[in-house]
Design a protein. Structure first.
Length: 609
């Protein structure tokens, strides 16, 4: 089909269906987010003897400190124990009077019981969220003036069901509607700036134990988020384990300058560490496991390179280094994960190791661009939690009864089990110098995403994803010790996009395995070229996007093979592997298919901002 005809078809289809499509319902509602102005900076660690300090302990902290091994952690904890004034981390935060204050948290388990069961004021009680029935109108909830109970009752009686997102002002005023521990840095939410300008800027929350597991924040599914840092420039979190959140263990939003250092995020229904619409960030030396979505999620990274058509980023917004993310649905993911550099991490025993995408509407910075994954160990991402826990009914039990701390993972989204690196509609991403092996479906996977799936109906944007991605100098099917562990297929690509290239990768004794119709030119020669009217290989996305763990009808969408456990490869294969169909679709069929599944995609996959 000629491109001009295809564009016309897309315009007609989008215009026709766009009228009928409802606004996307989100898994967890949030306000629209914006990027910081980029004037912040990465905070430095203030140490364990900051004179601006608050010390928190539990009744059992003295015994826990005494049980620490001899060394620096025990000595500092013993010293700080004498200054303990608080039994609650939140209470210590609320008492802060100066910027760059350190909240030292001594060994123990913190449930923050007062805030977990806090009774809402009349104002906050009327700020209902999507989980409350019936929902109030977004116009009413969006107001930051004192609510009129009569208006609330009228909205409730009317059964209005608009998705509701609390404004920043309401989040701040009603900090524990959705959050166990909350820090809000912007004290002037009525102006146009989201910059941190309060006494809380630069707050550091630091566990004093010998390891993160010595200091535990256990949300026990009481709140959506266990720790929320909102517009909190200079925030530093270190040496703490955070667990059992319904949404995020650690949530950093609209923040310019933050560090997550030496933490454990485990046993959460969705995300371990989530940063959104933030800049000057660092996530390092941490571990994430048993999370139903991603262990680490740098979504909507500040879009510093939106106009950069070179592979090299001008600057990265968030750096992710020396982390271990394993036994999650995805080790790392990021819708609109722009300007991210992840290096020297290990992603293993997930369903998919690394994924980035341009799929979901409502994320600033789409389409995704300029992530770099280098010097990572991406292996053995073959864990099938769909069959282990969704199909067996475990994920239908009450959340607190599923066993999240003992290894249960309940996948929230669909992803192809057995995949190392997945780029679903990204641009100018670099996958280089990694070890990618023992992923039984694909080592790397890349496919185009039509703009309609992010609510962009401009026909000129139809092919604006899957361009300029380079995959080079990786060790495929070989571990760092030189042992061969083949991938099911080294590289899967739908042949779409311009400027993509795969070169100078190392394949051990096996030859490269891929499904390319025609090998693209070298990177130096411009990479792949646009092929008007070329058929599109089915990546499985259109059918698999209908997945819904809560609906038995859609736990295994028809013709979706993503949730089938791939066979362990025993020898190098060529072409398309069994169980990995390369059904060809015309562009027209693909667009119609995208339109057909869009409602399901929006309902189930939309992530919170």
């Amino acid at each position: 089909m000629p491109r001009r005809v295809l564009v016309l078809v897309v315009a007609v289809v989008c215009a026709t269906l766009g009228v009928a499509w409802a606004a996307p319902a989100q898994a967890h509602e949030e306000r629209p987010a914006e990027f910081p102005d980029g004037t912040g900076q990465l905070p430095d660690f203030l140490g364990y003897d900051n004179p601006r300090q608050r010390v928190v302990c539990t009744p059992g902290s003295a015994a826990a400190v005494d049980a620490l091994p001899e060394g620096a952690a025990k000595r500092r904890s013993e010293r700080l124990l004498a200054d303990c004034e608080f039994r609650s981390i939140q209470a210590a935060i609320d008492s802060i009077r100066q910027r760059r204050t350190s909240v030292y948290v001594l060994p123990g388990t913190y449930h923050e019981a007062r805030y977990a069961r806090e009774q809402r004021s009349d104002y906050c009680a009327h700020l209902r969220t999507q989980s409350d029935e019936p929902l109030l109108s977004s116009e009413y909830i969006g107001s930051i003036s004192s609510p009129d109970p009569g208006a609330a009752d009228e909205a409730a009686e009317a059964g209005e069901s608009n998705p509701i997102a609390l404004s920043y002002a309401d989040q701040r005023r009603c900090a524990h509607n959705l959050n166990l521990i909350a820090l809000f840095g912007d004290r002037t939410p009525d102006n146009d700036s989201i910059r941190c300008d309060s006494r809380f800027c630069g707050t550091q929350v630091v566990g004093t134990g010998a390891r993160p597991e010595d200091v535990v924040v256990d949300n026990r599914f009481a709140k959506l988020n266990a720790i929320r840092a909102d517009r909190m420039g200079g925030f530093y979190l270190k040496g703490i384990t955070v667990q059992q959140a319904e949404f995020n263990a650690i949530y950093v939003l609209e923040t310019d300058g933050f560090v997550i250092d030496d933490v454990v995020a485990r046993g959460n229904d969705e995300y371990g560490i989530l940063a959104f619409a933030s800049d000057h960030g660092l996530i390092e030396d941490s571990e994430a496991y048993y999370n139903g979505d991603s262990g680490i999620y740098p979504g909507s990274g500040s879009d510093l390179n939106a106009d950069n058509e070179e592979l090299q980023a001008t600057r990265y917004a968030i750096e992710i280094r020396r982390n271990s993310s394993h036994d999650n649905t995805l080790g790392y993911s990021g819708t609109a994960g722009n300007s991210i550099w992840a290096h020297h991490n290990e992603f293993f025993d997930n369903s998919t190791g690394i994924a980035t995408d341009s799929l979901f509407p409502g994320h600033p910075g789409l389409p995704q661009d300029h992530a770099r994954w280098s010097h990572n160990d991406i292996h053995s991402n073959n864990s099938n939690y769909y069959t282990a826990y969704v199909d067996t009914g475990v994920c239908a039990e009450p959340m607190e009864e599923r066993g999240y701390l003992t290894g249960t993972v309940c996948p929230v989204i669909p992803t192809p089990v057995g995949t190392g690196v997945l780029i679903a509609g990204g641009n100018f991403n670099s996958t280089d110098h990694n070890w990618i092996y023992d992923n039984w479906r694909y080592g790397t996977m890349q496919f185009w995403v039509p703009a309609v799936l992010r609510d962009d109906y401009d026909p000129a944007h139809l092919y604006d994803t899957s361009n300029g991605n380079h995959t080079f100098e990786n060790h495929m099917g070989v571990d760092p010790d030189g042992h061969e562990h083949p991938n099911g297929m080294d590289h899967w690509w739908d042949d779409q996009g311009v400027g993509n290239c795969w070169e100078d990768n190392h394949y051990g004794s096996a030859e490269r395995t891929d499904n390319f119709i025609v090998d693209p030119p070298a990177c130096a020669d411009g990479g792949s070229v646009f092929l008007p009217g070329a058929p599109v290989k089915d990546a499985g996305f259109l059918t698999c996007s209908q997945y819904d763990r809560n609906d038995p009808t859609w736990r295994h969408p028809v013709a979706c093979s993503w949730f089938d456990s791939p066979a362990r490869p025993v020898a190098a294969a060529s072409g398309v592997s069994s169980g990995s169909p390369a059904m060809l679709l015309t562009p027209f069929a693909l667009v119609l298919g995208a339109a057909t599944v869009s409602v399901g995609l929006r309902r189930r996959w939309a992530r919170a901002a």
